[in-house]
Design a protein around this ligand. Sequence first.
Ligand code: ZN
Length: 278
Amino acid sequence: MELFKIETGSFMLDGGAMFGVVPKVLWNKVYPADENNMCILSMRCLLIKSDKQLILIDTGIGNKQSEKFFGYYFLQDQILIDKAIKHAGFDPLDVTDVILTHLHFDHCGGTVAKKNGDEYALHFPNANHWVSQQQWEWSQSPNFREKASYLKENIIPVMESGKLKFIQKEGAFNDNIYIRFFNGHSEGVIVPVIKFRDKKIAYVGDVFPTTAHIPISWVCGFDTKPLVSMQERADFLSEAVKNDYIFFFEHDFYNECCTLTTNEKGVCVKEVCGFGEF
Ligand SMILES: [Zn+2]
């Protein structure tokens, strides 16, 4: 099995929104904002190649929406997911599975391309696209908080193509990938835990957006159920320390991966490392 990180560029979000009730004097020291209080975030996907499957986790933001929409997010160095896959040496037609951690636009926007005006086409037409049943249902009657993050054009064409598949419960996706569910950020958010050589790599997505979000109470302001987030993050951190998980960050612009340890305050970063250094 081989792993490839797939960078699709970065975008900016308000630092206050990223760190919720944590005071800026604290978070700004570890994840600095610019003069407009914006923090830079990556959209780092992961490609997993095994003998039988070529599996992509998340697809970036894509390019289907209006200039006005993208104007809010200050995209930088954007590479559309199909190009990024080609850069890694693969043909998008060979991708067998796309696992979408959830359906917020910065995670699944690259799934569907806009071609010739208003026509939609899948970037990975031969792939089954997996999302949790809970997230799918949640996204179909969205609450006021998340409404603006669920964009029909990012997922309905997948459903109409017959390539949208649902994961009902936690469990093995294949011999090397185990699917975990989290409900604090949104309902049924997937964290895939990948067995790789003698390591386990957790693709922590929006559950731990950056290394700065590892303290349990440093919950992202976007989370729909912050108390649930804190409890499930605490539980997962204990498990991660016990089992030497490596966290792979989708959104941390500065750090690709880290290992964890425990100090007097709780679980913290042991060492940050680049992808490929572990
Ligand atoms: Zn999200």
